[in-house]
Ligand binder design. Structure first.
Ligand code: PGA
Length: 261
């Protein structure tokens, strides 16, 4: 089948609509009131492409600042993590109802830094996705393999295992998630998966989503996305946008990545 038809078939769903393009900035543990004000001011003032949904995920203490700066614009905001619990004696945790109070649209769950440094398991990530969805927010579920797993030929097995934990728990509500493929070896390293490496994994994830009737779930790519590689990555048929770390901290870079969708 000629490439342009393959591309049409995967980008356009069975109702003839394009899947949403989404770019989300994951600020990680960076920022200050004054630096954020500059960044948010530039994002709020920018003319953003209508076909893209844009959001930023600051550290928890700055969610209110994002809300103040972005309310009334098309840019959304969200959290980098959330508790699986509703409320109570969970020191240091943040409940999804609090994210709702602060006007969040998204909550990232299962980022590889949380899986690796905080021991988050596939099951915990799935439960977090479930509470986020139940609250009416969108969980951005991260999956991705380490370098050792890739070199051992386990990439597809690992990302499908991580995805399946979420799909099994959510069942037909899986249509409400956003998925992010973030190869661990590409995060913050300056090493990006090539568009064909990323597309190969996205295509596997898409197949699984289609099997469970969730083929329209946007699949973002994350891992050293920069203005100069974003365009090529976003042209791949199953890459629906990006989860951006380092480059989301500079307004020029972030906005150029948004423009690339
Ligand atoms: P990076 O981070 O763009 O700095 O590689 C991406 C992420 O971890 O979400």
């Amino acid at each position: 089948m000629p490439a342009q038809f393959r591309r049409r078939r995967t980008l356009i769903n069975k109702n003839g609509r394009m899947r949403k393009k989404i770019v989300i900035g994951n600020w990680k543990m960076n920022g200050s009131l004054s630096r954020n004000a500059e960044l948010l001011g530039a994002i709020a003032a920018a003319a953003l492409p209508e076909e893209a949904e844009v959001a930023v995920c600051p550290p928890f203490p700055y969610l209110q600042q994002c809300r103040d700066a972005l309310q009334g614009t098309s840019v959304g905001w969200g959290a980098q993590d959330v508790s699986e619990h509703e409320c109570g004696a969970f020191t240091g945790e943040v409940a999804v109802s609090m994210l709702l109070d602060l006007g969040c649209r998204y909550a990232i769950v299962g980022h590889s830094e949380r899986r690796a440094m905080h021991g988050e398991t596939d099951d915990l990530v799935a439960r977090k996705a479930q509470v986020v969805l139940a609250a009416g927010l969108v969980p951005v579920v991260c999956v991705g393999e380490t370098l050792e797993e890739r070199e051992a030929g386990l990439t597809h097995a690992v990302v499908l295992r991580q995805l399946d934990a979420v799909l099994d728990l959510l069942g037909n509500q899986s249509t409400g998630i956003v998925l992010a493929y973030e190869p661990v070896w590409a995060i913050g390293t300056g090493k990006t998966a090539t568009p064909s490496e990323a597309q190969a994994v996205h295509a596997q994830l898409r197949l699984r989503l289609v099997e469970v009737g969730a083929g329209d779930v946007p699949i973002l790519y994350g891992g050293s996305v920069k203005p100069d590689n974003a365009g090529e990555l976003f042209q791949s048929p199953d890459i629906d946008g990006g989860l951006i770390g380092g480059a989301a901290l500079k307004s020029g870079d972030f906005l150029n990545i948004v423009a690339a969708v």
